[in-house]
Design a protein around this ligand. Structure first.
Ligand code: ZN
Length: 245
């Protein structure tokens, strides 16, 4: 292990993972959901593409699934290499863990639904963390915040009306999910103010806990000549011919 970052409750922190390294998001102290953003550390306009990842894999991710980046790069940013909650599978309500269907809690939706201002939604936590890490203003950072992977969160769609629901996360201290970095990554993790997301959201009612991010460096032999992921091979001319065609 070469680095570790603790994310305090109702807040977010960034972390760097060089290509070919591994990172783990670890449950500590109590049941807590984490909202994960990932960027290309060398160009943060390349970021995690939740919708395409859902389409290529499933509504919920586990070992072997990859987190893909936005167009025009469309390459794997990370591959999930271990998941201690894989046993959960799909429960009797059709729910699973680690979804890419919810977006992230945010103060705008909260204001729309309740009329209240709450400043520790995952969207705000991630915005503050990215602004601090990049040395940019909140206004500059905010457009880079994107739909998340909801780590440890337990969600599904109701069988009768196909509406989104969440229930208390089964995660317990020492559970973790592990990712292999396919390129140089900047990550940000928010400890959701919903805690285990079994009840309320976007307020200070739920009990919240920290999460830990561990960065691990594999041996050279283990990497076995592995190379970082390349951007999509599509040339990007969208059918308009150029002088080179
Ligand atoms: Zn949240």
């Amino acid at each position: 292990m070469v680095d570790e970052v603790t994310v305090p409750p109702r807040d977010a922190r960034t972390f760097n993972v060089p290509a070919g390294h591994i990172f783990r998001i670890v449950s500590v102290e109590g049941s807590q959901v984490g909202d994960l953003n990932l960027w290309n550390a060398d160009d943060i306009t390349e970021k995690f593409f939740s919708g395409k990842t859902r389409q290529l894999h499933a509504t919920h991710l586990t070992t072997g699934d990859r987190l893909w980046s936005n167009l025009p790069n469309l390459r794997p940013l990370a591959t999930i290499t271990h998941d201690t909650l894989a046993w959960y599978g799909w429960d009797e309500d059709g729910a699973g863990v680690h979804d890419v269907i919810g977006t992230r809690c945010d103060p705008y939706t909260n204001h729309l639904l309740t009329g209240d201002d709450y400043h520790h939604c995952c969207h705000s936590n991630l915005t503050r963390a990215l602004a601090e890490a990049q040395g940019i203003s909140l206004q500059e950072a905010e457009p880079h915040i994107h739909d998340v992977m909801n780590v440890f969160m337990c969600t599904g769609f109701t069988r009768d009306t196909h509406q989104y629901f969440m229930k208390a996360s089964p995660v317990r201290p020492d559970d973790y999910i592990e990712y292999f970095a396919e390129i140089n990554l900047l990550g940000a993790l928010s400890t959701c103010p919903g805690g285990d997301c079994g009840a309320s959201h976007s307020d200070d009612a739920a009990q919240c806990f920290p999460l830990k991010v561990e960065i691990w460096k594999p041996s050279k032999e283990a990497l076995n000549n592995w190379q970082p992921a390349k951007s999509s091979g599509y040339r990007g001319n969208h059918g308009v011919s150029t002088a080179n065609d």
